[in-house]
Design a protein around this ligand. Structure first.
Ligand SMILES: *[C@@H]1O[C@H](CO)[C@@H](O)[C@H](O)[C@H]1NC(C)=O
Ligand SMILES: *[C@@H]1O[C@H](CO)[C@@H](O)[C@H](O)[C@H]1NC(C)=O
Length: 394
């Protein structure tokens, strides 16, 4: 199931679902204060900067991202940049939560005339493990499973917010010839309610859950974006330290704009990305808490310079990194790729000029044309197919 891009009516519906949740979880007073504080940005700075950077500056002095993006994308990304830097995470949490994202995707399906999703999903809620299991045909064993950790700076985000993205992923795997693709998306504890190593432990429990679903660990593709990418990198380092699990490494690991170095001077603002280095540092410190330092390999995997460990921690069929040339994390990602490559492991990458943070995820919502919307995911599925092909093709 691949729905059309976001239309204005979707934006309106989203706000309609969001407002009562904000009032309920944040309170009418604090929500109103936040809205009033945003007015100077919305009424003055946003239109001024948009017009200046899009239309006054010569084409060559605009960032590659601004040169390529549509006015709608430009507008949304500028708002997201403001929100990430200025709006407290308690509000961001509500924005990305199940109670907004679930009615939103139901609304979008309904708008496309779909009453019942053709792709099955159910919540997993066990002691020590929460998540979303999504599968093409629930009656059969999957022939491939994507184990996904969502992003959101460790402080916001939910599997439900990624549900549409993950369903498109399943649809593309199906088109690529897999008979029954599945996804398990982990619902880990966010900061400040939980800090490191809670999230890494939960990621490990989620991986063991996936091991029970497929018959062969080579048919697991571990993946995550942003902070979810951090968790997947930590998971790989962690798995390789257990004698029982190091024989059950996943087939491939796909990192979408991973936050490889949680606190690092390498994470610097860029002119077009929506992440802000200061907010990242704040969320990063909250994640590390009192049990880890910025140099701790298991907490901030980009800091691990032990080649033998990386070699051991590598998936059986290789790594794939996909990220934007203009994103805040690009320097850290490149360093991490260099490190892992030096260890002798197999690393592929797709770096794209004109892309900003987590663009394969974001573009699904902000592009119109179906091919454009799926482009990041297509690259991911092509890589997967080249490494762990569909069983019928073996
Ligand atoms: C895992 O293995 C690495 C490298 O062999 C070692 O440096 C590290 O301390 C180990 N970590 C844990 C938590 O056992
Ligand atoms: C980084 O960008 C954010 C907005 O996204 C801004 O608030 C912050 O001041 C910038 N920091 C620096 C050092 O320029």
């Amino acid at each position: 199931m691949i729905l059309d891009g976001i239309a204005w009516v979707d934006c309106f519906a989203f706000l309609l679902f969001l407002a009562p949740q904000l009032i309920f979880h944040v309170g009418i007073f604090r929500t109103a204060i936040c809205g009033i504080r945003a007015l100077p940005f919305l009424l003055l700075r946003l239109p001024y900067e948009l017009i200046k950077e899009r239309y006054w500056l010569s084409r060559t002095s605009r960032s590659p991202f601004v040169q390529q993006c549509t006015p709608f994308q430009d507008l949304v990304i500028r708002c997201v940049r403001y929100a990430f830097a200025k709006i407290p995470a308690s509000i961001g949490k509500v924005f990305f939560s199940k109670w907004v994202a679930l009615p939103f995707i139901k609304f979008r399906m309904l708008r496309h005339g779909i009453l019942k999703s053709p792709i099955f999903w159910r919540e997993v809620d066990q002691v020590g493990l929460r998540g979303l299991y999504i599968v093409h045909d629930v009656a059969c064993r999957p022939d491939i499973i994507v184990y996904y950790c969502h992003g959101g700076g460790f402080s916001m985000g939910s599997s439900y917010f990624y549900l549409e993205f993950l369903m498109v992923w399943i649809s593309l795997l199906k088109e690529a010839g897999y008979s029954n693709p599945a996804v398990f998306a982990l619902e880990y504890t966010l900061v400040p309610e939980g800090t490191y190593p809670t999230q890494v432990q939960q990621t490990l429990v989620g991986y063991k859950y996936c091991l029970q679903i497929v018959e062969d660990s080579n048919r697991i593709c571990v993946s995550g974006d942003s902070a979810g990418g951090t968790l997947i990198l930590s998971l790989m380092l962690c798995l390789s330290n257990y004698s029982s699990l190091k024989k059950q490494m996943p087939g491939v690991a796909i990192l979408i704009s991973p936050w490889t170095m949680v606190i690092s001077p390498k994470n610097q603002n860029t002119s077009s990305d929506y992440l802000s280095a200061e907010s990242l540092e704040l969320y990063g410190r909250q994640y590390l808490g009192s049990k880890a330092t910025a140099k701790d390999s298991l907490a901030s995997p980009g800091q691990c310079e032990d080649f033998a460990w990386w070699k051991r921690a590598s998936p059986s069929k290789g790594w794939f990194f996909i990220y934007g040339a203009e994103e805040v994390f690009a320097p850290g990602i490149k360093d991490t790729i260099r490190l892992i490559t030096k260890s002798g492991a197999e690393v592929s990458q797709h770096e794209e000029v004109g892309w900003i943070h987590a663009w394969p995820v974001v573009r699904l919502f902000l592009c119109n044309d179906r091919r454009e919307r799926c482009r990041g995911l297509k690259s991911i599925v092509d890589f997967t197919r080249s490494r762990i092909g569909p069983k019928t093709a073996l």
